[in-house]
Design a protein around this ligand. Sequence first.
Ligand code: ZN
Length: 412
Amino acid sequence: MGIETAISESRLWTLLMELARYGATPNGGVNRQALSSAELGARRYMIAWAKERNFGVTTDGIGNIFVRRNGTDNSLAPVLTGSHLDSQPTGGKFDGSYGVAASMEILAALDELGISTRRPIEVVSWTNEEGCRFFPACIGSGVFAGAFSLDSVLPLMDPDGIKLGDALAATMKGMDLDAAVRPASKPHCYIEAHIEQGPLLELANIPIGVVTGFQGGCRIKVEVTGQEGHSGTTPRRTRKDALFSAVEIISALKQVAQDQDDILRFTVGRFEVFPGSPNTVPGRVVFVIDMRHPDNTVLRSKADEVQQVAMASAGSCSVDVMEMSYRPPSGFQPAVIDAIRQSAAALGVTHLEMTSGAGHDAVQLDKICPTGMIFIPCWRGLSHNEAESITPEASAIGARVLARTVVVLADR
Ligand SMILES: [Zn+2]
């Protein structure tokens, strides 16, 4: 009997709702930021779940959690599947959690049918995928894949001045996995199931997205410096109002970002005014631009334009533009994508091929092993929003395609 027959919609849904209790917000979302006590609750739930079922549980230096079901040949590299349990401050119940829960459901279904796979299967939850508490995003998967060293991320600070290293130490203590360290070895491949976080699958009424690659993205910090002054006495002609200049710069950049086919994604999601007093002319503004595009030439040229546009629109203030990160677009290798396509076809499930608009841990894993992603539709494409929602049926269809893919790859 195929593994997909044992995937239980109700068991998976219960798991999702259990995880959603950690950091639950009054508006139906979750606030489970990386290495917080709420996130630790979800981690401990996952660890207890695994121990109850006699799966091996290990961690690594950055606190990623690995739940392992042995294969018949445990000298072989494991098939890795999972996602993340951290969330945005006003996040939804399914971003990240879905991929972790669907992967856990696969282990439960394998046990139920008594299926042995040739390779071990490991379910992973990556640390700090979101990048909102500690920047950059995908730190856990990045350290795992060798994109960052552990030492380089430990001193990173959250907006309250708490060091990642200290928050990590507290989480490690709470997870109580000290003696269980995952041996550093490359996985055979990595598969991540995730909600789409966009509207395309729902609009097309198609249950599965096969992700072929990622659009590129960059973050650019702009700092506008003027001069503080008394709001009641400083005349317009002598003001150097950093806020007014920042507004001009953003308006000009908005024009630059206006592409006819609506492919470029341009966001200013962080904007800070200093000193932030109602009766002081703002002397300094810092904002961060997040820009994404699937074509590297376009992305690079738009990112380069920011400097010039900011200088031209700064008026009486000075402006400093700093590129914080740049990730070119990339495509997945065919091995995992093909397996996902074939699994969907074998189950009679239609799919849409798409590039991912969001960044994911899979971007990091793609650097060290064949990688692929499965998307499922989410309500109105909403994500990073407490109203984020999926249906139990959609969650089960995604888990069935994931399960079949994982088992096929684990038997290779
Ligand atoms: Zn996510």
